[in-house]
Design a protein around this ligand. Structure first.
Ligand code: TXA
Ligand code: MG
Length: 320
């Protein structure tokens, strides 16, 4: 479909226009504190189908529903006590909870891919919050990138990947966290870490007073964000590198420096915020081979290593 993509300012006029487009069943990209999301009315099958079409996304991959507050979330899913505790501690913020779906909520089956659970998140970004308030309903939003490619942390990334395929993007500047939300499932009250992300797993375990479990059947992921090759730049990626080999450009961390450095001071929060933007820059510069310095595997380092491992994985799914 040939559609020109409007860039909207994050002011009252831009938000009103974005909300009106969502009401009309159109696709609008908007900033969250993690990455830009590609939003559609979560109750509108045609609009949600448009997300899959614009992204070229495998149809079995369910979407996160964004809502304004925990009250709105409670209308869509049942909240066991553990979920209530996590919502109270981390919402609004970069945590997604996978909970039993209330069928009466009217969420499109394309959002949940027919599962009996639904992924819910209350974002903290002021532009996302203003849009959810103006729209007044649940917004399904995956990251606003073509399927398999690096997630967008600026409106320019969104336009580069999806320009001409979506109605609008609200430009709220670079996203502060820079990595997707942490996804936690509560299977009969048993907390399972489905995807590491913007909230460190250690903090979640501390809030719950119990450890987070790993998914039982990693071979049959209930969270297909676990697809092996994902978040991929076009060039090859080599990890745990201490120096560039001929033909490689180096992405540094701490004292292991490169043409770009995720955080010269070795700060994991800064590195998370820079990760996708720097991969985009190397990708845009035409890097054919990228090597990345070692990143410690604690706190946000877990999510960073998770995304890097997918960027480095063999391209069994062509990213197109
Ligand atoms: O930070 C984020 O989470 C961003 C922003 C835009 O909110 N969104 C995001 O969405 O990363 P997406 O669609 O790229 O990733 C959603 C993940 C996928 O791995 C999907 O499989 C999983 O959530 N998911 C969604 N519903 C699920 C469910 N019912 N059970 C298990 N996993 C689910
Ligand atoms: Mg994504």
């Amino acid at each position: 479909m040939d559609e020109s993509t409007v860039t909207l300012a994050p002011d009252a006029g831009g938000i009103a226009r974005a909300a009106a487009l969502l009401c009309a069943g159109r696709l609008v990209a908007f900033p969250t504190e993690t990455v830009y999301g590609l939003g559609a009315d979560a109750r509108d099958d045609r609009a949600v189908a448009g997300i899959y079409a614009a992204k070229g996304r495998p149809a079995f991959n369910p979407l996160i529903v964004h809502v304004a507050d925990a009250g709105a979330a409670g209308e869509i899913a049942a909240f066991p006590p553990e979920a209530g505790a996590l919502a109270a501690a981390f919402w609004p913020g970069p945590l997604t909870l996978v909970l039993p779906l209330r069928p009466v909520a009217g969420i499109s089956k394309l959002v949940t891919a027919g599962l009996s659970s639904v992924a819910l998140r209350v974002p903290a970004h002021p532009v996302a919050r203003a849009l959810l308030a103006a729209f007044g309903g649940p917004v399904a939003a995956p990251s606003a990138n073509p399927s398999g490619r690096i997630s967008p942390t600026t409106a320019a990334h969104v336009r580069d990947g999806l320009g001409g395929r979506i109605a609008a993007v609200v430009d709220g500047g670079p996203t502060p966290v820079g990595l997707e939300s942490t996804i936690v499932g509560l299977d009969g009250g048993r907390p399972v870490l489905l995807r590491p992300g913007g909230v460190a797993g250690e903090e979640i375990a501390r809030t719950l007073g119990q450890p987070l479990h790993r998914p039982d059947r990693p071979a049959q992921p209930t969270s297909p964000g676990q697809l092996a090759s994902h978040y991929a730049p076009r060039g090859r990626v080599r990890l745990e590198a201490t120096a560039a080999r001929p033909g490689e450009v180096m992405l540094g961390f701490g004292a292991v420096d490169g043409v770009l450095n995720l955080s010269p001071s070795g700060d994991l929060t800064e590195a998370a915020a820079n990760l996708f933007a720097m991969l985009h820059r190397l990708d845009d510069a035409g890097a054919e081979a990228i090597c990345v310095a070692p990143i410690p595997r604690a706190g946000l380092g877990l999510a960073i290593n998770d995304r890097l491992a997918r960027a480095a994985a063999p391209r069994d799914l062509s990213g197109q």
